[in-house]
Write a protein that binds this ligand. Structure first.
Ligand SMILES: N[C@@H](CCC(=O)N[C@@H](CS)C(=O)NCC(=O)O)C(=O)O
Length: 279
């Protein structure tokens, strides 16, 4: 583990963004201190310094300043750095190069190679992943959190006009908005996202009742963890536990979250996650 104070971290985020929440869950669980810069989602002045236009962005200083983009790259790179001090953080980050790819919709996007892979040597791998299967499983479910679970959020939290308004009320309350801006964002945002969420529902082929997909996902996760361990990582969460928890957490306080707690088996695992992260 790191000697205290040797990694200076600044997280640029929207508080209610699932990718940012995932990074916070990871940093909090590992006891890494960091500063937060809440980004105003309308002007995004705070991240004008960056050519990468999304959040989260993590500025890391382990001797020299370095910008890390993409939640899964951030998590894999820092985790690698915590386990193995063979390479500088800069070298580790270079193992996750951005590549241009096409989405199914024909849109050009940046993806990061190897983003679920920790850059460990044989000895470190044995220590962290005593059997190969747990490494494969962790990667599979981290990817599932990014590629499936996150897509269930918008259709669920903007499902009805009332829910869309409640969601935006929460986003504005938690986020960084000017007074007028916030009022504007709340009503215009809620109406816009109500319609956008219908499009997202179609794009990701969710069922008509989007709750069904959310419940199924939650139960699928609980089933994957199984009855014989507290977390997917065993007695302690692994990166998949942290990812799933980080994503689901952004729905806290909203109807979709309460419904999920009532109608699925996820609560005991979720509470265990809350406990280990608060510690
Ligand atoms: N793959 C990225 C996705 C990040 C992302 O989509 N962030 C959203 C906020 S939830 C964003 O910044 N969107 C602004 C934009 O796309 O212009 C990650 O895992 O960090």
């Amino acid at each position: 583990q790191l000697p205290a104070g040797s990694l200076q971290l600044t997280l640029y985020q929207y508080k209610t963004c699932p990718f940012c929440s995932k990074v916070r869950a990871f940093l909090d669980y590992h006891g890494l201190p960091y500063e937060i810069v809440e980004v105003n989602p309308i002007m995004r002045k705070e991240i004008k310094f960056s050519s990468y236009r999304k959040v989260p962005i993590l500025l890391a200083n382990a001797g020299s300043p370095l910008q890390l983009n993409d939640s899964s790259v951030i998590i894999s790179a820092i985790k690698t750095y915590l386990i193995s001090r063979r390479n500088s953080l800069e070298e580790i980050v270079s193992f996750y190069p951005p590549v241009k790819t096409m989405t199914e919709q024909g849109k050009e996007v940046l993806e990061y190679e190897n983003k679920y892979w920790l850059m460990l040597d044989e000895k470190e791998t044995k220590r962290v992943y005593p059997v190969k299967e747990v490494r494969v499983e962790e990667m599979k479910w981290r990817k599932w959190a990014d590629d499936w679970l996150v897509h269930l959020i918008s259709p669920n939290v903007y499902r009805t006009p009332k829910e869309a308004l409640a969601s935006f009320d929460y986003i504005v309350r938690e986020g960084k908005f000017g007074t007028l801006e916030g009022l504007f964002a709340k009503y215009v945002g809620a109406v816009a996202m109500f319609f956008v969420s219908k499009r997202l529902k179609k794009r990701h082929q969710l069922r008509d009742d989007v709750r069904e997909d959310l419940y199924e996902a939650a139960n699928e996760w609980v089933k994957a963890v199984g009855k014989n361990r507290l977390f997917m990582g065993g007695n302690q969460p692994n990166l998949a536990d942290l990812a799933v928890y980080g994503v689901l957490r952004v729905m806290e306080g909203l109807e979709a979250f309460d419904d999920m707690m009532v109608h699925t088996n996820i609560q005991p695992w979720y509470q265990r996650m809350e406990e280990v992260i608060q510690k």
